[in-house]
Design a protein around this ligand. Structure first.
Ligand code: G3P
Ligand code: MG
Length: 251
């Protein structure tokens, strides 16, 4: 079974620095995180970049769709000023750039494949192709996606790399009754769900199926302790230092 940390920095440490940037990764490491979660998608010309939204407005000074901008044009934009003046001028990083930093800092990576609509297969293909040339330590790599098509493509390209089934629901009522079939079909090693959907029963169901559970995005220390007491293996958080300080010592 994959050995996971108790805490993964969400989009780096996006409570303290602009999400999905090298600054955010370095901050996560400085705050004690051993792994980070990052989102990958493709520019128009198929460069894998670390970015969350399908559109550029929220986190850059540009506009339009990520799928419609070339890497060269994306590089003219910046992704720091929306967050704070102290970050003005920083770029959207490529997958390769962040991997260099992660390897240098000995950090683990949960790479979330976040395809723009219609690019589910090629995003997995291109990201894994790049990763295969850079990343050697597969004990420190977990590929996840909400897209079953992307997970299927990832399984075809690199079946021996660990994959996580990423689930979302507004509440426990939206928990997928067929999650075990999905997990088996996509050959996933881990199950990731949002905290709004998590209950003790669901967490125990996952653990009884011998899968680690990873819950996102937990920024409330009290909630972190409750989830931990239910047996959650890993928490994604924007503030890794605060959550780390508040973890239960045994569970
Ligand atoms: O991978 C966990 C979490 O990052 C999924 O949601 O929207 O933050 O990418 P989102
Ligand atoms: Mg994500």
């Amino acid at each position: 079974m994959i050995k996971l940390p108790k805490i993964i920095g969400h989009r780096g440490a996006c409570g303290y620095a602009p999400e999905n940037t090298i600054e955010s990764i370095r901050t996560a490491a400085e705050l004690g995180a051993k792994w980070v979660e990052l989102d990958v998608k493709l520019t128009k010309d198929l460069v894998p970049v670390i970015f969350h939204d399908d559109t550029l407005e929220r986190t850059t000074n540009g506009s339009g769709n990520m799928a419609d901008i070339t890497y060269e044009d994306l590089r003219q934009l910046e992704t720091g000023s929306w967050y704070a003046d102290s970050f003005i001028g920083i770029n959207v990083p490529t997958l390769e750039e962040v991997c260099e930093v992660l390897i240098e800092m000995n950090l683990g990576l949960n790479l979330e494949i976040k395809p723009c609509p219609g690019r589910e297969i090629e995003t997995a293909e291109v990201a894994l192709d790049h990763l295969s040339r850079i990343w050697d330590d597969h004990d420190k790599l977990l590929i996840s996606s909400f897209s079953h098509v992307s997970l299927e493509a990832a399984a075809e390209i690199a079946n021996d790399w660990k994959r996580g089934l990423l689930l979302y629901g507004e509440g426990p009522d939206e928990w997928q009754p067929n999650w075990k079939e999905l997990c088996d079909y996509l050959d996933c090693a881990t199950v990731h769900l949002n905290h709004e959907m998590a209950t003790r029963e669901i967490i125990e169901e996952i653990s009884d199926y011998d899968k680690p559970s990873l819950v996102y995005t937990v920024n409330d220390p009290q909630m972190a302790r409750v989830l931990q007491s239910w047996g959650v293996d890993t928490l994604f958080t924007d503030i890794p230092d605060v959550i780390e300080e508040n973890l239960l010592t045994v569970h």
